[in-house]
Design a protein around this ligand. Sequence first.
Ligand code: NDP
Ligand code: 2IT
Length: 449
Amino acid sequence: MQDFIQRVEDCNPGEREFLQAVSEVAESVKPVLDRNPEYRKEKIMERIVEPERAVMFRVPWVDDAGEVQINRGYRIQMNSSIGPYKGGFRFHPSVNLSILKFLAFEQVFKNALTTLPMGGGKGGSDFDPKGRSDREIMRFCQSFMSEIFRHIGPDTDVPAGDIGVGAREIGYLFGMYKKLHNEFTGVLTGKGLKWGGSLIRPEATGYGAVYFAAEMLAARGETLEGKVCLVSGSGNVAQFTTEKLIELGATVVTLSDSNGYIYDEAGIDREKLHYVMELKNIRRGRIKEYTEKYPEAVYIPLETSTPVNPLWDHKAQCAFPSATQNEINGKDAENLVKNGVYVISEGANMPTTPDGVDLFVDHKLLYGPGKAANAGGVSVSGLEMTQNSMRLSWTREEVDNRLRTIMKSIHHACTDAAETYGKPGNYVMGANIAGFEKVAEAMLAQGVV
Ligand code: NDP
Ligand code: 2IT
């Protein structure tokens, strides 16, 4: 295994996040490879870490001042053994090959866990939407689509949103795809309700992360009612995580953005959440403004130079990291444990560093890793694809019930795999093994391709 990791490192120099994601999965599936010599013989691991295709392209566009801007676009088509490539687009200045490859790699196993037929992919750009006008966003999205349209399609690759890509961007991207292809198809998910979108898709990742936490607690005969929760981020996932937690009687005391976080000891209630949604989704403001409206809360700016994130250093029982990768490091994880947090459900992708993950697992916390806990979003994307194919729309209740059933089934698959391999309660091993086995079996059946 050490040799394998070394080879991945040599082939993908400097791709820190990709290597981090691969190392965790490789470690988890070691016992599976030992039990199934065929997986080694057919080089499943060696094949699974190599994207089937990676596209990188120039995205030129003109800003409001008439100046030419150039960004870089990407699509990583990681694995299509169980269905068309599926996964979001991320628009953020930090985007690079390593980050998108880690996200595409995680997506392969996540999508396998959903029970729906979807392969794994991810894409995006280093474009920074912050401070850009709607017209600039539109021109960027159109330029991005004018290249990527030839690589995607409803039975080939179905992108969706991620950081920096929400309903507005999906609209502009869809419009351009439709124009270029002269076809109205379900090529993207997260579409508007009036033009092919699914009810509950905006809510799905956040709701799903809460349903997953509820499942982990239920296995111990507990519920979320009365629990104090730390939520990071204030975007799509954080907002609907908070909404569902409020509905289930929990108290959310934090929200953040990349500049800082707010701590509201009394709890963020429905009215305050409504304010946050308007602030973030319409005015596109900063979370700091929360304390102007609700002075009982405090705002703490985030110093990027400090080794800990103080958001994770408050008394609570549950944590829902919902911002970005590696936002909880080993020291933050220690702080969480010290403060009594024993439920962690990851809305974000890979938000915990490996030493943090080890600490959660060693302390036998109820720790739901991203590829299981945040699979609700892509699951409802899969349901959007189904509805598009059938040319009909399900009700809110229908989609929400299906989402709950899927989250339950993911929970069951994780606990089952963990028990089979002698690690009961280890959701990291459970998720990695259950996702891996499904993909590996499909790859075996389809030969060396
Ligand atoms: P949004 O763009 O809606 O919100 C992202 C939030 O995270 C913002 O509050 C943003 O703050 C903050 N954030 C982003 N990057 C950083 C950073 N480097 N440091 C600190 N804060 C940061 O994205 P989503 O809510 O959709 O995504 C959040 C996470 O959930 C991501 O990890 C994503 O991969 C994951 N995810 C999303 C799914 C979805 O359906 N949308 C599905 C599954 C997982 P700021 O505004 O300052 O940038
Ligand atoms: O990380 C993810 O699962 C997403 N950003 C959602 C992907 C999707 O296709 O809905």
